[in-house]
Design a protein around this ligand. Structure first.
Ligand code: SF4
Length: 80
């Protein structure tokens, strides 16, 4: 699973850290670190973190959809 945290939006409330400590961690007072390619076995934990984030800074499935939307055909393929 792929996820992104909008660090401009993140306020360091740390709900995600408590709910999915294998994926999110706080360094110092407010600097959030996270695993952008988390194991699928953590999906439920991450989904709870997404729901709990008070500023909706964590994007989960939207990232995969965005990748699919920009899927380009291989170079040299006959797409017109
Ligand atoms: S819960 Fe949201 S605001 Fe809080 S640290 Fe995590 S991403 Fe940032």
């Amino acid at each position: 699973m792929r996820l992104v945290v909008d660090l401009n939006r993140c306020q360091g409330y740390a709900q995600c850290v408590f709910l999915a400590p294998e994926v999110f961690a706080l360094h110092g007072d407010e600097a959030l670190r996270y695993t952008p390619y988390a194991d699928d076995s953590r999906r439920e934990q991450v989904a709870r973190a997404v729901a709990a984030c008070p500023v909706q800074a964590i994007l989960l499935d939207e990232v995969d959809k965005a990748d699919e939307a920009y899927d380009l055909p291989p170079v040299g393929s006959d797409v017109r």
